[in-house]
Design a protein around this ligand. Structure first.
Ligand SMILES: C[S@@+](CC[C@H](N)C(=O)[O-])C[C@H]1O[C@@H](n2cnc3c(N)ncnc32)[C@H](O)[C@@H]1O
Length: 225
């Protein structure tokens, strides 16, 4: 039987509670280190504090089983800091996934029409028979519960591609609980860690299946792997 465990607190402290090599897959969406603020003024904790975010990757490496993968979302502006941290932790970069958006989430020298994640290997995971396409359609979450909420559809597709039923999926920057909900809906166990109490409580309610806290699309998600 699958189960969901949500730890409220700092990622490193929460990860230190876990045994080495106890998770099959990590899917995580850390603060992008851009001091983000949405149109309504919502911010992301530690989004301007590399020292409060990056050390978690060494502990993620420890708790991940050998020959397994970590999929980490990242923004291009702090890519140098993240890649250095990943490599120092022991990960090898083995893939890069892009989600294309039909709207621009921001603009600078270019209009930002994508999100991205890197596929990081601990050891030498077996290559899948049918590899996950590294360009994917973006499904907008609505950001109802969290300013940088990912959709259950996008995270669920990653979980199905890189894990099997009854595996344990970890997200130490859980936010509103999307990774744990997507894991549960796909027959995987989940461990999530989140700093902010309000998001821990929300994540608990979402994984408990409280329909008031599920996005509309979540409710139609199936349990199929
Ligand atoms: C980009 S958001 C994740 C959003 C999530 N994917 C969702 O769909 O709701 C990153 C989260 O990491 C949390 N966070 C920041 N620093 C943390 C830390 N040191 N330990 C644990 N969580 C932290 C923030 O509170 C925020 O909710």
């Amino acid at each position: 039987m699958t189960k969901e465990q949500i730890i409220c607190g700092d990622a490193v402290a929460g990860l230190l509670e876990l045994q080495s090599e106890c998770v099959d897959l990590i899917v995580t969406d850390p603060p992008y280190l851009v001091d983000y603020k949405d149109r309504t003024g919502r911010k992301v904790a530690n989004d301007n504090s590399p020292d409060a975010v990056l050390p978690a990757f060494a502990e993620m490496y420890r708790v991940l089983k050998d020959d397994s993968l970590c999929i980490s979302f990242v923004g291009w502006t702090a890519l140098d800091k993240f890649t250095r941290t990943w490599v120092e932790a022991g990960f090898r970069i083995v893939g890069h996934i892009i989600w294309t958006k039909d709207y621009a989430s921001s603009t600078g020298q270019t209009a930002y029409h994508h999100e991205s994640a890197y596929v990081l290997a601990k050891g030498w995971p077996r290559r899948p028979e049918t590899p996950f396409a590294d360009v994917q359609p973006w499904v907008y979450s609505g950001n109802r519960w969290h300013p940088t909420e990912k959709s259950v559809e996008n995270i669920g597709a990653v979980i199905r591609a890189f894990s099997k039923r009854d595996d344990t999926v970890l997200d130490p920057f859980l936010g509103s609980g999307t990774t744990a909900v997507a894991a549960a809906l796909n027959g995987r166990s989940a461990i999530g860690i989140e700093l902010e109490r309000r998001y821990c409580d929300l994540a608990q309610r979402r994984v408990a299946g409280d329909k008031r806290y599920l996005a509309t699309k979540d409710q139609s998600a199936s349990k199929a792997a």
